[in-house]
Unconditional design. Structure first.
Length: 468
């Protein structure tokens, strides 16, 4: 029988018994300190100055009275920090080495928003990844973080090679050793980013976006048109994916705790890994834009338009949305980039406009002024973009399936369509045009998925599991 959650032993160390060497901080340190004793302050000063501010440690300070409500103190200098510490009669100093792990850094989607929110909690934590594509939408967000890539990143076009060479993934991750860290958060979906090599005192918390879709029969990011290539790919996948599934299951058992992004993924986690999990919805940018300035994009927008966008991959069914808008001759704006962009541009009619990757200001502007936002993925893991649209007071048309069932309320925040056909989608569009949506209701709904809420729940979960 598989153990669902592993209990970590509670460990306490005496600060003053630690040696002064800078390489000793690969253990958890926890102690009550009374700041009135000069010797204690000098010891704290030394360790913080030598070992913390010049390293990749993530650290937090909580008051003894109420650990749960005090925010992270991240001071630019030891002097400023100690000045604040002396205001607290007694406190707990918890020093932990933290690492973040993510599939790869390329497109900027929901998984990358999770990684960004985690890196804001732990700004000094290094980010380990298979590769980081320079100048990509995601890399621009993380370029100031400490990114550590695998050797695969040194190959030409790693973003093109990673899928056909997926059988290398076990070897790539095995080259990273996380035994020096106290806890590691793995952000896992496509690249089986979990079950990392760790020490006996290292805790791994996996934020599971989904088990790899290509391993378990879900729609994946690419559709190949060539029939002979499809047959070859199917034969290759039957062999390689079998061993990858075994590897995926084995490494899922090495995770200490699972967090999932939806009830939908929670069911998959139980079905494929036989593991329990905790749902923490991913962070959504729910800050309503107060900037009414015009678009930075050099295009003339239609007065009324429908909006779609994100990763332009096959699983998102943008081709269905485009074909429907072609038939209805309705204006549609599409933002984002991805492997299917070239094909989608070919089938787009005169009312379809591609915007490419856009900045946050333009995205908020487009959400706010759209008739509605359209999503059509089958068995979506969660679906962040509908919530982003709601945050700007814009309703959603969504396929009645997967994570959308958790984020869209029929008639209040959007309209569902039941079949992945142009006829069914066109019917939903006509239904939406007859409905009146209250922007305040939409915005209040979106606040349930805010980034602040996500970060608070993550920190609460970590503290409870690490017994701090």
């Amino acid at each position: 029988m598989v153990q669902n959650q592993k209990k970590q032993p509670k460990q306490t160390y005496n600060w003053r018994k630690q040696t002064m060497a800078a390489n000793t901080w690969n253990v958890k340190i926890k102690e009550m300190l009374a700041f009135g004793d000069d010797e204690t302050i000098n010891t704290v000063y030394y360790h913080i100055n030598v070992d913390l501010l010049n390293s990749d440690h993530a650290w937090r300070i909580f008051t003894d009275e109420d650990m749960g409500k005090v925010p992270v103190l991240d001071y630019p200098s030891t002097h400023t920090l100690l000045k604040e510490l002396q205001k607290i009669p007694s406190c707990i100093i918890l020093i932990m080495r933290v690492a973040l792990v993510h599939d790869y850094i390329n497109d900027f989607g929901g998984a990358e928003r999770v990684l960004l929110a985690l890196s804001e909690i732990y700004p000094k934590a290094p980010i380990y990844t298979l590769y980081a594509k320079k100048n990509s939408a995601a890399y621009k967000r993380f370029k100031n973080r400490h990114i550590i890539e695998s050797w695969f990143a040194n190959l030409p076009f790693p973003d093109k090679l990673i899928s056909p060479f997926r059988f290398l993934i076990p070897m790539l991750w095995s080259k990273f050793d996380f035994s020096k860290f106290d806890f590691v958060i793995t952000s896992s979906s496509w690249a089986i980013t979990k079950g990392i090599k760790k020490g006996k005192n290292t805790t791994e918390i996996c934020y599971l976006h989904t088990p790899p879709r290509y391993l378990y029969g879900f729609d994946s990011s690419r559709r190949y048109k060539n029939k002979y290539f499809q047959k070859l790919l199917k034969a290759y996948s039957l062999i390689v994916n079998h061993f990858m599934r075994l590897y995926d299951f084995e490494h899922a058992q090495k995770v200490d705790y699972f967090i999932v992004n939806s009830k939908n993924v929670q069911l998959r986690c139980q079905k494929y890994y036989r593991r329990d999990s905790t749902i923490i919805y991913p962070p959504v940018d729910t800050n309503v834009s107060k900037d009414n300035s015009k678009l930075n994009l050099l295009i003339d927008l239609p007065k009324k338009y429908y909006l779609a966008g994100g990763r332009l991959v096959a699983a998102k069914n943008f081709d269905l949305i485009i074909k429907t808008m072609n038939k209805l001759y309705l204006p549609l704006l599409i933002y984002g980039s991805g492997s299917e962009e070239k094909h989608l541009r070919k089938i787009a009619g005169p009312t379809i406009t591609f915007l490419g990757n856009i900045n946050d200001h333009d995205l908020h502007y487009l959400y706010k002024n759209a008739i509605c936002f359209v999503v059509a993925q089958r068995d979506e893991d969660f679906g962040i973009t509908p919530i982003e649209a709601n945050a700007e007071g814009t309703p959603v048309i969504a396929f009645h399936d997967g994570g959308y069932l958790e984020t869209v309320i029929e008639g209040k925040t959007g309209i569902f369509f039941d079949e992945l056909t142009s006829k069914s989608l066109a019917k939903a569009i006509k239904k939406l045009e007859k409905n009146k949506f209250n922007p305040t209701t939409l915005q209040n709904h979106a606040q349930k998925f805010s980034k602040k809420r996500f970060q608070q729940q993550i920190q609460k979960f970590i503290k409870s599991k690490l017994q701090i």
